[in-house]
Ligand binder design. Structure first.
Ligand code: FES
Length: 576
């Protein structure tokens, strides 16, 4: 039973012996709750992004039942509530547009309700980041249970990876190496169990973020969604969150600068998604932790790729789990981590990974025998990206990491789609494909279109990669020599807006340079003549209008400017 000495936040509602207390309790009793559950015990909110429109999270109602078991067992009162679900593969124009709306909803739902701690259930790409951002601005005791990855995809005797093989196979279809009917036959084999993409895409990357922050129990990132041990982990999380409330151990205890450094290093060793950069910058803004885009490059510089997982490697998340999971990977790089970081599980990070073992060295390398010496996120600067741009070298072609070529510019993704396969397109393998109008304001929402398909006529000649630049994002499951998140974006007048087809562009990845090789005076003339691509003023109503006015650029995490920082958990006024 809960320690009654400390008055919990929920007692300000359920502990009142007056008319207000009657109102708070009576309506809850309509759900069959007995009198004595309002005795001052910890009330645990279970924030659930379950939805049949987010198939990656469709099993989270069942997972919530296991969390509840643990909460009851530890003497708490579990109360599940929904939050907007963001299905990456279903939402238009892009799920990212709504990450901040989810974060607002989660923040206000936690703050407005009489709960003392919260367990976040999410998985699909934008759900966990949005939930964690919202929770960080309230700062109650908080833990995470992720959806867990799908089982490995299977097709004709080989493993296939979510997303990564979609990009690969769709290029095979365009190049005539695969028939359309074969392509459709892959669909069911790729997504053959519940759970998130089983490559090191954005969902797996952020589940690993949750685990390396210590906000989720060990193996949260890798245990397959359908493994019974994930249900047991949810049960144990329910027990543990009650203890965190009793100890008043809040989220801010784990969201420290040292923990961010651990997370960024682990993410580099995993070959994690470029999307994580945006989410961590936004989260740091909520938690008021100093963190810049350049920190990702600096902290990842001495970290090689240790996880041999698609899209940077060969294997899939199920394989990573059987090889020892994140604890084994973190042990392999322990000299680079702050081992005294606390975790919600109760032990320090160092204690958790102390007994970890790698069972399959082919899947998890170590610092002496990494999967690839090149890893992490490269942060590029230059006259084309004054606010910065990023690329993921482990997913790029080594021969293109230093490249100079002529720009072929597309003003919108529709422009790109209408022209890329035309036979008379002025393009060769050395060209640099430039796409703009796809930033947080311009699209809006910064879609995952930065890994543009290659021109069909070059595919026919066997070209398999080209340098591509944009103000867009790309799926964490994607690969190629792709420069993303160019800031400021073209729509707000960034230099990307000034590029013309035929201009020379220089990428010097090892020197972190991205330059438009055009005279300054010429650029000034182009700027004076520049007009926005959009003819209207963008969205005029509702959340979209709010977002267009307040969204920050990618180098600051794309949060809304007025959401940075915290509001805390105190609400002074009663409802009646
Ligand atoms: Fe939901 Fe990949 S589409 S995790």
């Amino acid at each position: 039973m809960a320690d009654k000495k400390r008055v919990l936040r929920s007692a300000l509602s359920y502990g009142k012996l007056d008319r207000d207390g009657f109102i708070h309790r009576s309506w809850m009793k309509a759900q069959g709750l007995p009198d004595d559950v309002f005795d001052g015990r910890p009330v645990i909110g279970i924030c659930n992004t379950w939805s049949e429109l987010t198939p990656c999270n469709a099993h989270l109602r069942e997972i919530a039942e296991y969390v509840k078991r643990g909460v009851w067992e530890a003497g708490g009162l579990p109360l599940e509530f929904p939050a907007m679900s963001l299905g990456e593969t279903q939402m238009r124009p892009t799920a990212m547009l709504y990450r901040n709306l989810l974060a607002m909803e989660v923040e206000e739902s936690i703050r407005a309700n009489p709960i003392d701690g919260v367990v976040l259930l999410g998985g699909c790409d934008k759900t966990t980041p949005g939930q964690l951002m919202g929770a960080a601005s309230v700062d109650l005791p908080t833990m995470i249970v992720s959806s867990g990855p799908m089982l490995n995809g299977k097709y004709r005797g080989r493993d296939i990876g979510s997303g990564t093989d979609v990009w690969r196979l769709s290029e095979d279809v365009r190049a005539g190496r695969m028939s359309a009917s074969e392509f459709f036959a892959v669909e069911a084999g790729m997504s053959r169990s519940r759970g998130t993409c089983m490559t090191m895409g954005s969902a797996s990357s952020f589940a690993a973020v949750a685990e390396s922050f210590g906000l989720a129990l060990p193996y949260n990132a890798t245990l397959p969604a359908v493994d019974a041990r994930r249900q047991a982990m949810a049960h144990l999380t329910g027990r543990r969150i009650v203890q965190l409330v009793e100890d008043d151990c809040r989220l801010s205890r784990f969201l420290t600068r040292a923990a961010f450094e651990n997370v960024i290093r682990v993410h580099a060793a995993l070959g994690g998604s470029t999307n994580t950069v945006i989410h961590l910058l936004a989260l740091a803004g909520r938690a008021e932790i100093p963190l810049t885009l350049d920190d990702f490059d600096a902290l990842g510089r001495d970290v090689p790729l240790l996880a041999n997982i698609q899209p940077s490697g060969r294997f899939l998340m199920e394989d990573l789990h059987y090889a020892g999971g994140l604890p084994a990977l973190m042990k392999a790089m322990q000299s680079l981590l702050h081992l005294d970081a606390p975790t919600a599980e109760g032990r320090t990070l160092g204690e958790i990974i102390g007994d970890a073992e790698c069972y399959v060295p082919e899947v998890i390398g170590d610092l002496d025998a990494p999967v690839n010496e090149t890893a992490g996120i490269w942060v590029l600067h230059g006259n084309l990206a004054p606010g910065g741009a990023i690329m993921k070298p482990s997913a790029a072609s080594p021969q293109l990491l230093r490249h100079r070529g002529k720009a072929l510019v597309f003003d919108t993704i529709e422009d790109f789609k209408s022209r890329i396969d035309t036979p008379d397109l002025d393009v060769d393998a050395s060209s640099v494909l430039v796409l703009r109008g796809c930033g947080p304001v311009g699209y809006p929402g910064m879609p995952e279109v930065g890994n543009m398909p290659l021109p069909r006529k070059l595919l026919d000649r066997g070209v398999s990669d080209m340098l591509r630049l944009s103000d867009a994002r790309m799926s964490g499951t994607a690969f190629g020599t792709v420069v993303l998140h160019i800031a400021p974006e073209a729509e707000v007048g960034g230099p990307l807006a000034l590029v013309r087809s035929g201009d020379e562009i220089l990428l010097d990845g090892p020197a972190r340079r991205l330059e438009l090789l055009v005279e300054d005076r010429e650029l000034e003339e182009r700027r004076a003549a520049w007009e926005r691509t959009r003819s209207d003023n963008g969205p005029t109503r509702g959340y979209l209008a709010l977002s267009a006015r307040h969204i920050l650029q990618a180098d600051r995490g794309c949060d809304l400017d007025f959401l940075r920082g915290a509001s805390g958990s105190t609400v002074e006024r009663e409802s009646h």
